[in-house]
Ligand binder design. Structure first.
Ligand code: MG
Length: 256
């Protein structure tokens, strides 16, 4: 079931998008050397409470999770790439941190993610990995045009990743966003242009490329949630919630 939103509904999703962007900005700023991942989760939790928003993660318990997530933000460090369960760990200068956050405001969900190197002390390899992810996201958003198809987005992401020398894992990808965090259609991070569901105005989707330095294989950590690279190489993940409008893609989770 793929829902198309009216222009009024897309407008009603803007506060959720702005809130998610604000939490990612605040947690990114707080993610300095010495900050504990549990402090980032607590900060996001306080912002949810203050905004009377609703966490999409805390009770989230899909088939691939060992238990309800129990936290409100995903913190994936170094070889962790997706669904990083916050734990008692103090960030160190040079850590590659991905923050993924989704929340519901006024009944509408927004979902977004970013990757940084903590303390700004980044290697050329980490910068290239994050750049490729961000360029893949930008290409995917640019391809999210009315009249196109889901495959246009997938192909745009995959082309950037492969041109940058990274393999693409297809086990997790983008998804429809609405009154729930995950809906149809699935948006693979590689594929063929011109295929798949039509990109009609009113379609709202999360586009989320993620890449690992030197593998396309993953495993689930003993915590039951955190997805890590099979070879221990570092990983990055970026995401925006995007509405297809008659004028083109509208990024609902754009950060200042
Ligand atoms: Mg997300």
């Amino acid at each position: 079931m793929i829902d198309l939103r009216t222009p009024g509904e897309v407008d009603a999703m803007r506060p959720a998008g702005r809130f998610v962007a604000s939490v990612l900005e605040a947690t990114r700023e707080a993610a300095t050397p010495g900050t504990n991942l549990l402090e980032l989760d607590a900060l996001a939790h306080r912002m949810i409470t203050a905004a009377r928003a609703e966490s999409c993660y805390i009770d989230y318990h899909p088939s691939f999770g060992a238990m309800p997530f129990g936290k409100v933000i995903c913190t994936s460090v170094n070889d962790a790439v997706l669904h990083g369960l916050p734990f008692d760990y103090r960030l160190q200068k040079g850590d590659l941190l991905s923050l993924d956050f989704a929340a519901k405001v006024d009944g509408w969900v927004a979902d977004s993610a970013l990757s940084i190197v903590v303390g700004g002390d980044e290697t050329a390899e980490d910068r290239a990995l994050i750049d490729a992810c961000e360029q893949a996201l930008a290409a995917g958003i640019a391809a999210a045009q009315p009249g196109g198809r889901i495959g246009d987005i997938s192909a745009a992401i995959g082309d950037v990743a492969r041109a940058a020398g990274y393999a693409v894992n297809l086990q997790f990808g983008g998804h429809g966003v609405g009154t729930e965090m995950h809906g149809d259609p699935h948006i693979a991070n590689d594929g063929r242009a011109g295929r798949g569901f039509p990109l009609r105005p009113g379609l709202v989707i999360a586009i989320e490329p993620w890449l690992m330095q030197s593998t396309d294989e993953i495993y689930t950590d003993a915590d039951g949630w955190t997805i890590k690279s099979a070879d221990g190489s570092r990983a990055a993940h970026v995401e925006h919630t995007v509405a297809i409008t008659p004028e083109g893609p509208l990024v609902l989770t754009a950060r200042g």
